[in-house]
Design a protein. Structure first.
Length: 151
């Protein structure tokens, strides 16, 4: 159910992140002209002025979940009128999460509309297979670094 498979033009997933000032604040831009800011939480030395890096990672899963479920419900003509996805990213060793189990991303999906039990169970299954969920659960990403130094 990857929406990008149906696109006529190639999807551009290029981002530009530029630091702002002496702290950890960054401006995040995409090629389509959208912008947000990121900052580390106060607890780790930032000013908490934007989304933290792990919040942005969790948001990727949440936004993909919303889009995937809406697309699927529309295609099936199911009465999903809205949905809300709440996420909590917890690092291994934080709170009651032990370091042995690794990080945990808890996702709560609230389906809104007169769906029957079979439809809601199917949507829960589809959520587990959204593209970002598949990438995160497999964690099979190669990072290729290119470093350029300018004076």
């Amino acid at each position: 159910m990857d929406p990008e498979q149906h696109s006529e033009q190639p999807i551009q997933r290029r981002m530009r992140i530029s630091s702002q000032g002496d702290g950890y604040l960054s401006v995040v831009d995409n090629l389509r002209g959208s912008q947000t800011i990121s900052d580390e939480p106060v607890a780790v030395g930032g000013n908490g002025e934007g989304f933290g890096p792990f919040e942005l990672l969790a948001a990727s899963l949440g936004t993909c979940t919303v889009a995937t479920l809406k697309m699927y419900a529309r295609r099936k003509q199911w009465p999903l009128t809205d949905l809300v996805v709440e996420l909590k990213y917890q690092r291994a060793g934080e709170g009651d999460l032990t370091t042995e189990v690794g990080d945990q991303l808890r996702r709560c999906i609230k389906l809104i509309g007169p769906l029957d039990k079979k439809q809601s169970l199917r949507l829960a299954e589809i959520a587990r297979r959204c593209p970002v969920a598949r990438v995160l659960s497999g964690a099979n990403i190669t990072i290729v670094d290119e470093v350029e130094v300018t004076a």
